[in-house]
Design a protein around this ligand. Structure first.
Ligand SMILES: [Fe+2]
Length: 489
């Protein structure tokens, strides 16, 4: 949605194309006759600016249509999956012999379905339903509706994967039944195993259907809260000997809210302080959306301790919440500094580095490589220094291609959350974060374009973040507090 707004801003900023002003204002003063106006419009339309504007309109309409289709398909899938599970549960309850149990469980199933629907619709209705239930603003307090909303989110995703798993088992059973029938007709006699085969597939189906819910419960109750400290040596080009061994603590993607209460941020801050870093950096996404307590989040972060100070940059969720300026002000009030297209020279042991920070760098959901050259990081190009290494705080790791082109020695990012869920399949890890970036988590290096012979490399570190977004679960992707130690490349 934010991107649609960006398109509208671009269209407004472009203003009327040459000749279009004539059409819009009636054209009488310049052109006089409607035929001339039409010709003027046609010329303008096919001028280079007109074509660009027309393409932008077509592209934005295609984008909106594709989103409508995607949303309609999403609703269709949600309906099909929930109908599948509801009918299965209804039929299982119907098979019970005790009529009182049957009545009670059927009533309970209907109540659960209504509750889940209310919890899922609540955000679309401006949280009107949860307010009716007296939703508490205190993030640490227990709230029944909040718990139901949590369960609804877990169920929505787990039930989808459970559905896929049950259908897959059903498909395998159909194939084996078909093969058994073929064998039977050819005199193989495999039909004798059909009863045990049926019960095997029945148990397999229950296990396959239940596993995603168990995994989601684990990811919510345990995986999400197991903070891990990552110690990483980072080779940095052009690093002066005085900065060898400089220790940087990095936190990212806090997402204060229902699933990240203040005491969990305080725990991460204590862990970061215990690492005794020289400098502490926070790479954006303090909140998830409008109304989240930004001040509380930044208040907790202000307990970070490091001799060279605490610095940060905004993430995309500060844009969605409309709090980019507030974040900058709160950082300043708490004695920290949020860099918004700004830089500062930091000195350590007599060596110096140039610390840069930018607001969220939008890309066109392309994964970085296809981003228009020169579009990203334009605002800090004049701030890049060649007499000392540059360290860039940029929430979006996709700015790394441009950073390497510009000769920025080290970029620090977040944004991907490492995908939140990672599955290893035959030595390959499958992560949803690959949809938004090739830089999912960890250390990456690219040749620096400013280096003539291409021997020097720029480095990027992508922090998996602390919080979650959308689905409050982490499986195989623990939340991260990073200690980066700079090494001469
Ligand atoms: Fe984030």
């Amino acid at each position: 949605m934010g991107f649609d707004l960006q398109i509208l801003h671009q269209l407004r900023a472009m203003g009327p194309g040459p000749g279009q002003g004539d059409v819009n204002s009636g054209g009488a003063a310049v052109c006089g006759a409607p035929g001339i106006r039409t010709e003027s419009y046609r010329r303008a339309f096919f001028s280079s600016r007109g074509i660009k504007q027309r393409n932008l309109y077509i592209w934005s309409i295609a984008l909106i249509l594709s989103r409508v289709v995607f949303f309609a398909l999403f609703l269709l899938v949600v309906y099909a999956v929930q109908r599948f599970w509801f009918l299965r549960a209804w039929a299982w309850i119907g098979s019970l012999s005790n009529s009182n149990w049957r009545f009670g469980l059927h009533a309970g199933l209907i109540a659960l379905a209504v509750g889940l629907l209310a919890a899922l619709l609540d955000p679309l209705l401006g949280h009107g339903i949860s307010r009716l239930g007296g939703n508490s603003p205190n993030l640490d307090n227990f709230n029944l509706f909040k718990s139901l909303a949590t369960f609804a989110r877990l169920w929505l995703v787990a039930s989808f994967f459970g559905f896929l798993a049950v259908e897959s088992v059903g498909a395998i059973e159909s194939v084996t039944n078909f093969a058994a029938r073929l064998l039977l007709h050819s005199g193989g006699g495999a039909g004798g195993f059909s009863a045990s085969r049926r019960s095997f597939f029945r148990y397999a189906s229950v296990l396959a259907g239940g596993f995603p819910l168990l995994a989601a419960t684990y990811g919510f109750a345990a995986g999400r809260l197991r903070y891990r400290i990552e110690r990483v040596d980072v080779p940095v080009a052009n690093l002066p000997p005085e900065l060898e061994g400089l220790r940087i603590a990095q936190l990212s993607d806090i997402h204060i809210g229902d699933y990240m209460p203040p005491h969990e941020i305080a725990r991460a801050v204590d862990m970061a302080n215990a690492l005794r870093p020289d400098i502490s950096l926070v790479t954006g996404d303090f909140v998830s959306g409008e109304g989240d307590p930004l001040e509380v989040c930044i208040g907790e972060l202000s307990r970070l301790r490091a001799p060279l100070g605490v610095w940060g940059c905004n993430g995309n969720h500060e844009i969605y919440a409309g709090v980019e300026e507030d974040a900058e002000r709160l950082f300043r009030e708490k004695g920290m500094r949020l860099l918004r297209a700004a830089g500062a020279v930091v000195e350590h042991n007599g060596g110096r580095f140039n610390l840069l920070g930018v607001d969220y760098q939008r890309d066109h959901m392309t994964g970085g490589e296809r981003t228009e050259p020169g579009l990203m990081l334009r605002e800090i190009e004049p701030l890049i220094r060649r007499d000392m290494p540059n360290i860039l705080l940029s929430h979006n790791p996709n700015s790394f291609h441009r950073a390497a082109e510009l000769g920025i020695e080290l970029s620090l990012a977040g944004h991907t959350h490492g995908g939140q869920v990672k599955v290893e399949i035959v030595d390959h890890s499958v992560s949803p974060a690959r949809l938004i970036s090739p830089f999912v988590a960890g250390l990456y290096r690219l040749p620096m374009a400013t280096d003539g012979n291409g021997s020097q490399k720029a480095a990027l570190y992508v922090n998996r973040g602390l919080g979650t977004i959308g689905f409050p679960v982490r499986i195989g992707v623990p939340p991260e507090i990073t200690l980066l130690t700079l090494r001469r490349a």
